[in-house]
Design a binder for this molecule. Structure first.
Ligand SMILES: [Fe+2]
Length: 270
């Protein structure tokens, strides 16, 4: 899945880099056909996105088809020309079978063939055994990118479990619209909290369509800039995701402090 063309070396300007977007047509609950996929790409372009990693679901409902993904990526890139740079990967649901398959061949599943693997947690999971799976990935040099932890009830109730996973060398990818409340009050509060603590490393759209679940990052950027400053906003929407695309170390990864404000976590749980 590695794509030497998916780099900014060609001199393309870098805007938003969206590392979680269900863009390729007919593979999952993203766009049904190429026309809808191209409309979705136009929404991303209009919002200032210059690079995406198209991540179709790899779960019990939608099997991952790397060859088909590569084919569709090429077709879409040809239609879009130099207006949006497309790379590909998948959103790996952490079922037992998927974990075993990805441990056997991590770069088949990873983001643009990099060390970074986009992982979707089941809504409820056993924390210790999941931690062991993440350790297994780390031993292979894989860096799990945890998709939308702010939306997961286990992380919402046990934020220090997320901290444990981040300490293993995982990264947290927050959905852009969580900051605006799209996934409810609890996810909204938790996303702001992750940002404040320096536990949020990447923002991505998790876009599924041109309008309803649109691939936009601008509003999240504005929110982060206001709350945490321009440098952090740039890092989350552009710098860190570009490093993922290029298989480089993340430039922004603050040190991880223990959760001290117990009262706040309690408020989140209530
Ligand atoms: Fe997703």
């Amino acid at each position: 899945m590695g794509d030497a063309n998916s780099s900014p070396q060609s001199g393309w300007p870098i805007g938003w880099v969206d590392t979680h977007i269900h863009l390729l047509p007919g593979l999952d609950d993203g766009p049904a056909d190429m026309e809808a996929a191209l409309a979705m790409a136009e929404t991303a372009i209009a919002d200032g996105t210059t690079h995406v990693i198209a991540t179709s679901h790899a779960n019990h409902q939608w099997g991952y088809q790397p060859e088909r993904v590569a084919e569709l990526r090429e077709q879409m890139q040809a239609s879009l020309g130099d207006r949006l740079r497309l790379a590909a990967g998948c959103e790996l649901h952490l079922s037992f079978e998927n974990v075993q398959a990805a441990l056997a061949n991590p770069r088949l599943y990873s983001l643009n063939g990099s060390r970074y693997l986009l992982c979707e947690f089941p809504e409820f999971f056993e924390r210790t055994s999941m931690g062991k799976a993440l350790e297994d990935f780390r031993r292979l040099g894989v860096s799990p990118v945890l998709a939308h932890p702010e939306r997961n009830p286990v992380f919402q109730q046990h934020p220090n479990t997320l901290l444990d996973y981040l300490r293993l060398g995982c990264y947290a990818q927050v959905t852009a619209s969580s900051f605006g409340g799209r996934f409810g009050k609890r996810a909204e509060q938790f996303s702001a909290e992750l940002l404040q603590r320096g536990w949020a490393h990447i923002v991505a759209s998790d876009g599924h369509s041109a309008e309803r679940r649109a691939p936009r990052l601008s509003r999240a950027y504005d929110f982060i800039e206001k709350e945490a400053g321009t440098e952090t906003a740039q890092a989350l929407c552009s710098g860190n995701p570009m490093a993922i695309l290029l298989d480089q170390e993340l430039p922004y990864a603050p040190s991880l402090a223990e959760s001290k404000r117990k009262g706040l976590w309690s408020r989140l749980r209530s």
